[in-house]
Design a protein. Sequence first.
Length: 367
Amino acid sequence: MKADRLEYEGFRNLKAGEFRPSEGVNIVYGDNGQGKTNLLEALWLFTGGRSFRGARDGEMKGFAADKAALRLEFTAEDRAQEAAITIQKRRAASIGGIPQPSPSRLAGRFCAVVFSPAHLSLIKDGPEERRRFLDAAYCQLRPGYIASLSEYSRTLAQRNALLKNARQTGARPGELLDVWDDRLARIGARLLLARRAYVRKIQPVAAAIYDGLSAGRESFSIAMHDDGGEDGMDSGQAAARLLERLRETRYADLAAGFTTAGPHRADLLVQIRGLSARSYGSQGQQRSAVLALKLAEASVLREVTGEQPVALLDDVMSELDLSRQDYILNHIHDWQVFITCCDPGAVRRLDGGRAFRMQDGILTPDG
């Protein structure tokens, strides 16, 4: 998978133009506020997702533009493809010139993983961010998993409503709570086993990437912390263990008015040198940990789908020492990478690939 040519007009601060990247590493450098991240955002939209910056559709138009227009020529499944996006109040998309009912129909056509400074929340913030990472990554491998997530959320909401009512009124939910316990345990077992399977798959890949980033100086590991008991269980055993756990915490749940155990309370433990990356990692180590997880996500996706996603790395160089920067620039092989940075010195350390300067929304290739 690779982006061959991106055309843009009326998008953010970018002046109308085109971007012809190399098949390897592409560095886009320039001062802050020049449009570097906007370029990556434009590429990301072709994955069918929303802006990784949380922007609404209408906010991505240029200040005086009536609409924004993007067109991407890319190679996927060993053939040339084309997609287009227009943005007015909302986004509209076409594939091969054929209008699509929703921009989400682009999903699976052009695949990418993105790293931005906001993704440091994966390490710095609470368990919810890490669960969201696991679930989103697994959905790319098994799209049907999203149905299990939705079903679990609905069932959890029903059980919590019952617990809240019991807490407020003093009612005894009894058999009705048993029904929701059984359902929550059965659905929760699917989530638990899926997450554990994904962590087993991604752990050695992420560890190898982190080893490269740290030049072998630091160990890296991830592991699930959940209510599912020992590894190696089948779905029936996992459901039985979760049901047992729900029964153990029933009195605490009734007192609290919500469910205190289950997959919605799980966490992904991220450790560097055997210590919590969240509690003890430096800024550079935390950034490296997130980068390792993101690049491992892309590698596992390639293993399963046969397509290597494009890597979009926004401001990835800051707070990394020179050896870690060198690994990113020169030791990520066989896939297309886009890197934004302020320091033009990174360009001089790039072996191969291409460099582009962004200034006032105008992209100019070096050389």
